[in-house]
Design a binder for this molecule. Structure first.
Ligand SMILES: [Zn+2]
Length: 154
């Protein structure tokens, strides 16, 4: 298990460099984070991470030079592994995407704009957060949260 290497890396990385590089990584059109009061904490976290792009997926981890992430590309080879890629474009997740689309119906889920609209509304945002967590692609979502900034006090 390589998790300890990630932890060591995390303590060694300089936050300023990481953050500057991450600015380019952030998808600008995810729904703005509203109040997620009645969401479970990990659901709210994953939504925040997806919105900022600072999420435990290869695209972000590779940009941060996390060890053991030799490529930003998804397993399917069709694009960088981002939340948006998994939800909208990943060929390996087509069945899951169809299930998600059915859950979100009648709202469409075909474009980045659809995704932005759905993540701006709490109910649909929550469905998407759960879906992302269930893909199994986010074993390091807690790490991504730490990279994104220190936790709020209290
Ligand atoms: Zn893919």
């Amino acid at each position: 298990m390589y998790l300890p290497r990630y932890i060591r890396w995390f303590h060694a990385v300089t936050p300023t460099r990481g953050r500057r590089e991450l600015a380019a990584e952030s998808p600008p059109d995810w729904g703005a984070c509203r109040r997620y009061d009645d969401m479970l904490k990990h659901e709210a976290s994953v939504l925040m991470q997806a919105r900022t792009g600072r999420i435990g997926l290869r695209s972000f981890l590779f940009t941060c030079r996390v060890p053991d992430v030799p490529t930003p590309l998804c397993n399917c080879g069709e694009g960088r592994e981002t939340a948006e890629h998994l939800i909208l474009y990943c060929k390996d997740l087509e069945e899951r995407q169809e299930q998600l689309a059915r859950q979100l119906a009648p709202s469409p889920l075909r474009t980045r704009r659809d995704l932005a609209a759905l993540t701006a509304k709490k109910d649909t945002a929550r469905v998407i957060a759960k879906w992302l967590l269930r893909t199994g692609r986010l074993p390091l979502y807690k790490l991504a949260m730490e990279i994104g900034g220190p936790p709020e006090p209290g």
